[in-house]
Design a protein around this ligand. Structure first.
Ligand code: PMV
Length: 355
């Protein structure tokens, strides 16, 4: 399927005035997306675990039917409070998806959203936020398109979410999701995420992600600026090749490999992502001193205690500790005794992946 398949065919058919609600989880990439082209298309393939507890819950309330003009007429609320500062990003999203969801200009509507995690935590809420919003829009389309198949709905939801925030297309369904066309992943597409279609050993299916909240401050450089700095970046092409090779390697690790190889690949991905930021022009650093302290302590703990645990990073200072169920007790004790003091307000979110 490509973008033409997702164009809405009957723009005169409008959904009813009603509330369309949905929720979507956050995700954490094992192989990272950093660098895009065209309309939110990724320069390399990425793959992520879907989290269970960190979610965004959203309602779109269609209030009044109006004569469509050149503008979208909507208000945004976070936890019941008006958030005019969110409007510009959503407006950009609505413009991008207009040809695929053309009926939104025919309504005055409200978007009410809340996160199950602290908004200021530095956890990317754009992935779960845009995914939840895309799901609401697809609920509207489904209400007037009863013949829509599940398959089409899943692909189009992810396709729309991608136009809000790239990584959001990995948050609309599935537990281990691949985004970006790749020769060893059948059915993969740069237009939407797909469920990882190959064998995954049980030990990689029941994983924990403890998110250490290192810094709640405003990010110094946004993801979209960071992606753009990959244009003309001296190491960009090599990085895209590395990520695509890591997808091939991860496929074999998930089927037959061990934890050591898994953590080596995932940690290398996280540090390569941040290395791209540090070697951009202009350069920037999103890690904080406590990020490095925590990483060093995890390495020391793993080596001295032989516990299966590794880390990954998003575009921020927080550390995601990934570990299998069997390490749960030891890792949680280690966090409480040795890492909690490096977290702002001693905040840790214990999330998980299960499939
Ligand atoms: O979805 P965006 O544009 O916010 O990009 C996020 C990219 C990373 O989180 C750093 C990596 C990834 O693949 O999720």
């Amino acid at each position: 399927m490509n973008q033409n398949d997702f164009i809405y065919k009957t723009p005169h058919v409008l959904p009813d005035l009603d509330t369309y609600a949905s929720e979507a989880p956050s995700n954490i990439a094992l192989v990272k997306y950093w660098g895009k082209y065209g309309e939110q298309l990724p320069k390399n393939t990425s793959i992520s675990y879907t989290l269970e507890k960190c979610k965004t819950q959203t309602e779109v309330i269609l209030k009044t039917k109006i004569e469509a003009d050149d503008h979208f007429h909507f208000e945004v609320f976070l936890d019941g409070e008006a958030k005019p500062s969110f409007k510009s990003k959503i407006n950009t999203f609505l413009k991008r998806i207009e040809v695929y969801i053309p009926f939104l200009k025919s309504f005055e509507f409200e978007i009410h959203t809340k996160n199950t995690f602290p908004h200021s935590s530095g956890i990317a809420s754009s992935a779960s936020g845009m995914a939840a919003l895309a799901k609401c829009f697809m609920a509207m389309e489904a209400s007037v398109t009863p013949e829509m198949t599940e398959d089409f709905r899943a692909h189009k939801t992810s396709f729309l979410a991608r136009l809000g925030s790239g990584s959001a297309c990995r948050s609309t369904g599935g537990k281990l999701v691949v985004w970006g066309k790749h020769e060893v992943i059948e059915g993969s597409s740069s237009f939407y995420g797909i469920d990882y279609p190959y064998e995954v050993q049980d030990k990689f299916r029941n994983f924990k992600d403890s998110i250490l909240l290192i810094d709640e401050g405003q990010k110094q450089v946004s993801s979209s600026v960071g992606h753009n700095l990959m244009h003309g970046h001296p190491f960009a092409e090599q990085r895209f090749l590395q990520a695509d090779e890591n997808i091939t390697k991860l496929k074999s690790i998930l089927a037959t490999g061990g934890f050591d190889e898994f953590f080596a690949l995932v940690e290398s991905e996280a540090l390569s992502l941040h290395a791209m930021m540090m070697s951009s022009s202009p350069y920037f650093i999103l890690m904080k001193p406590n990020t490095l302290e925590v990483i060093n302590r995890i390495w020391e703990f793993r080596q001295s205690q032989g516990v299966q645990v590794g880390f990954t990073l998003d575009a921020g200072a927080n550390v995601h500790m990934l570990y299998p169920e069997a390490s749960d007790e030891k890792v949680k004790a280690f966090i409480d005794e040795n890492l909690i003091q490096f977290c702002q307000g001693e905040q840790v979110i214990h999330d998980q992946i299960q499939f």
